[in-house]
Design a protein around this ligand. Structure first.
Ligand SMILES: Cc1cc2nc3c(=O)[nH]c(=O)nc-3n(C[C@H](O)[C@H](O)[C@H](O)COP(=O)(O)OP(=O)(O)OC[C@H]3O[C@@H](n4cnc5c(N)ncnc54)[C@H](O)[C@@H]3O)c2cc1C
Length: 385
């Protein structure tokens, strides 16, 4: 088995990857720039697919996390000012749920707790990766821990930094598309019980998603051009509630309270190549996809799962192999469909060209009428198959 694995980034994908490899008996050191007690409390709600839940169950953390999760039993999709809607239901697809909503904070805390029980995984908090060095065939990573500069040898480096860091010596080629889009995320209360129903409504100002939470509340995620989102942010709570209600309609009841606003800039990026033969990237470090279909993290979790068996099967000193190229080809084949579907959803449903609205209505109606098509769509989004 390969030795000296270093992971950069302790977001959900880095932590899941560390836990999976640690359970497989591999020794892993994870560098995370944030402090150990960093409070993720106000972060976003995430929709986990059934394949992610399967992987978290394998890690034996799902039972703990499930107490904080809300099951999605139905997804209602519609568009403003046009006919056509579709209702995906867990019953039609013979699943317990179509997915689950968890908070980023609960997921991170459950993973850290799990890793605490593994003697094979060490997390260095307050540790920011800075540069890669190579000397006499030995590769090392330099990082700052608090104010001290340190370095560590590695035979495999896994980049799970969300694409945020600028590590010197990393020869990574990404294709980035500046979307000039942003997401407004907020907590929303209504006078109607949600019964596990999530909503996606396409409007001229961008898609609005309502994700069901505990206590019959929702997380609203409104994505759209930056200028639209910044106009929404200027509104007071009452004005914002009115705007959401006017665009969303009354299918989820009357919205009574909005709180805890946050915005996230959106971009789209994908890994083209890594020219460091012993560096693999996963999660948002590999691709950042539009949140319209709630798939970014799910793709990353599947990559972490694929990676754990890929690494487990590597020889101790894989010097002759180009590990990065081999894994990338495998990763790309598995994620390509989901990324393509998400890109199409984001453009097709946000396009205002004449005739497109009718075509969207027709697509939603067709999807609603054709059960096998619905089941295939859900299977693809749930399991990536
Ligand atoms: C509004 C919104 C809603 C979303 N909803 C969903 C959803 O419903 N379902 C879904 O599947 N996905 C969703 N996503 C996408 C999801 O949030 C991301 O795909 C996911 O967070 C990526 O996880 P990650 O671990 O790859 O990266 P990150 O979560 O970005 O974590 C990266 C980590 O690396 C650390 N780091 C960075 N640089 C360094 C360095 N140099 N040294 C050490 N550490 C470093 C950071 O501190 C951070 O902890 C959404 C995204 C947005 C913006």
């Amino acid at each position: 088995m390969i030795k000296s694995i270093v992971i950069v980034g302790g977001g959900p994908v880095g932590l899941i990857s560390a836990a999976l490899m640690g359970l497989n008996g591999l020794h892993v050191t994870l560098l995370e720039s944030k402090p150990k007690d960093f409070d993720h409390k106000d972060s976003k709600a995430l929709a986990l697919s059934n394949s992610s839940v399967f992987i978290l169950s394998r890690l034996k953390i799902w039972r703990l996390l499930e107490q904080h999760a809300t099951a999605i039993h139905e997804i209602h999709t519609s568009q403003k000012n046009s006919f056509g809607r579709t209702l995906l239901s867990s019953k039609d697809c013979e699943e317990d749920a179509l997915g689950y909503i968890v908070s980023y904070a609960d997921l991170i805390n459950a993973l850290k707790e799990k890793i605490n029980t593994l003697s094979t995984v060490k997390i260095l908090f307050n540790s920011e990766a800075k540069s890669l060095k190579e000397m006499n065939f030995e590769k090392s990573i330099e990082f700052t821990e608090k104010n001290a500069t340190k370095s560590m040898l590695y035979s495999l480096l896994i980049l799970a930094d969300g694409g945020h860091s600028k590590i010197k010596g990393l020869k990574i080629v990404r294709e980035e598309i500046k979307l000039d889009h942003a997401a407004l995320v907020s907590h929303l209360e209504t006078n109607k019980k949600h019964k596990g129903r999530a909503y996606e409504r396409f409007t001229a100002e961008g898609p609005i998603a309502l994700l069901p939470n505990k206590h019959d509340t929702y997380t609203v995620v409104w994505t759209g051009p930056e200028k639209n989102i910044s106009e929404l942010l200027k509104l007071d709570d009452e004005g914002l509630l009115k705007s959401i209600q006017a665009n969303f309609g009354s299918r989820a009841g009357t919205f009574t309270k909005i709180s805890n606003r946050k915005t996230f800039p959106l971009k789209s990026s994908r890994l083209v190549n890594i020219n460091n033969s012993d560096v693999i990237s996963i999660g948002n470090a590999s691709q950042v996809i539009h949140p319209v279909a709630g798939q970014g993290l799910n793709v990353g979790i599947r990559e972490a799962f694929t990676l754990s068996s890929f690494v487990h099967d590597l020889p101790e000193t894989p010097t002759k192999l180009n590990i990065a190229r081999e894994f990338n080809a495998m990763r790309f084949n598995k994620s390509a469909d989901i990324i393509n579907i998400t890109n199409h959803l984001a453009t097709f449903f946000s396009n205002d060209l004449v005739g497109i609205s009718e075509l969207r209505g027709l697509t939603l109606t067709l999807l609603d009428c054709l059960s096998p098509l619905k089941r295939r769509f859900v299977k693809k989004m749930s399991y990536g198959e």
